[in-house]
Design a binder for this molecule. Structure first.
Ligand code: ADP
Length: 358
């Protein structure tokens, strides 16, 4: 009832949000409390059917804020539900679109859970990455009599503005023909090996190599992985057997570095450098998407390695999906708000404080 009034009041703004976004979609996923967190307070007050989200700090009066996204997934949402809402986007890659899906949020908010999943052994756990490739294989198989598809993957890590190939040790790499990295349209990530894949098991094998390589040189995998961006790029080339025409699509699946702000007074040396690089690349990403949402003539792709790598799937005809991950607990309130503000900015419109009718 209270919220209903608030929501009606903001309907005009919602429409504005929808108009501005164009090819940019924003979904929000709230992870559940983890075992041992059961008595914590939550900042999630309300999740609407149409992407409304009300956040409040229970110990801070007047802190209630309303956000609006294309979709909000509650902590009860399954991996499958999240995938179902991204599937149409993923399938458009087979029709020649470029698509970028990235998970954004503080460390521990569920980015890796959403993109990769907590384990590869159970298909129920599979995240967007594996489900996407699985789906692409299934559809391409179904279209086999009219279109012949080839799929190749690349996997890189961006750490301190350096791009590292995570699959260079895999034996399947191929640099010839259609997988030539010198594509005129810049589809491929330069200097990263390309690996043709034909089945989900090929993909799982490569992912395992990639994950192992990601751990190399890191004191603790979690630490390193939370401070680097990981980018899985899926290239699709389809030959229409009737017309002899070729279509190309590209899908970037990105698990971003943790967005948490690092206290400048505490961080020094490597930690400070990492934090500066992360800040720089995340704000460069925000600037690019903001420029696209505003239909600005100049889009600042060159400001970070991340936006350079993703350029082919940001802007133009490309479709972008931002998966905003949130921690529900009250200790994360500050980070939650700054994550949501980033998302709000990216989607082009700020709604401001939610009015309560109490
Ligand atoms: P991030 O990649 O953002 O640092 P993780 O994906 O590693 O975060 O998630 C942090 C923890 O929360 C992990 O233990 C993960 O298994 C758990 N988790 C995240 N999202 C969910 C979810 N939707 N359901 C159950 N557990 C989750």
């Amino acid at each position: 009832e209270n919220y209903h009034a608030v929501l009606i009041e903001n309907r005009k703004l919602y429409n504005e949000v929808q108009d501005l976004k164009g090819n940019i979609r924003v979904y929000c996923r709230i992870r559940p409390f983890l075992p041992g967190q059961s008595r914590k307070q939550t900042t999630i007050e309300y999740i609407g059917e149409n992407g409304e989200l009300v956040i409040a700090n229970p110990s801070k009066q007047g802190s209630r804020r309303l956000f609006k996204f294309n979709k909000v997934f509650s902590p009860a949402a399954t991996q499958e539900e999240v995938f179902l809402d991204t599937q149409p986007l993923i399938r458009s890659v087979l029709d020649g679109y470029n698509v970028c899906i990235f998970a954004y949020g503080q460390t521990g908010s569920g980015k890796t859970y959403t993109m990769s999943g907590p384990s590869l052994s159970s298909t129920m756990d599979w995240g967007v990455n594996y489900r996407a490739l699985n789906d692409l294989f299934q559809i391409s198989e179904a279209r086999r009599s009219s279109i012949s598809y080839e799929v190749g993957v690349q996997m890189v890590e961006i750490y301190n503005e350096q791009v590292r190939d995570l699959l260079s040790s895999a034996s399947t790499q191929k640099r010839l023909g259609i997988w030539n990295t010198a594509q005129p349209n810049g589809l491929a990530v330069p200097d990263a090996s390309m690996h043709p894949v034909k089945s989900t098991s090929d993909v799982l094998q490569l992912m395992n190599i990639g994950l192992t390589n990601r751990a190399v040189g890191a004191t603790a995998l979690n630490e390193r992985s939370s401070r680097s961006h990981s980018v899985l790029t899926v290239h699709v080339r389809g030959m229409d057997l009737k017309t002899d025409t070729v279509l190309r699509g590209c899908l970037h699946l990105v698990d971003l570095a943790g967005s948490e702000r690092v206290d400048r007074s505490e961080a020094t040396g490597d930690r400070l450098r990492e934090a500066q690089h992360i800040n720089k690349s995340l704000s460069a990403l925000g600037d690019v998407i903001f420029a696209l949402a505003q239909k600005n003539a100049h889009v600042p792709y060159r400001n970070s390695k991340l936006t350079q790598v993703l350029q082919s799937s940001l802007g133009g005809q490309a479709k972008t999906l931002m998966l905003v991950q949130l921690n529900p607990d009250v200790e994360s309130y500050g980070e939650t708000i700054s994550t949501l503000k980033f998302a709000e900015r990216v989607s082009g419109v700020e709604l401001g404080a939610a009015r309560s009718n109490k």
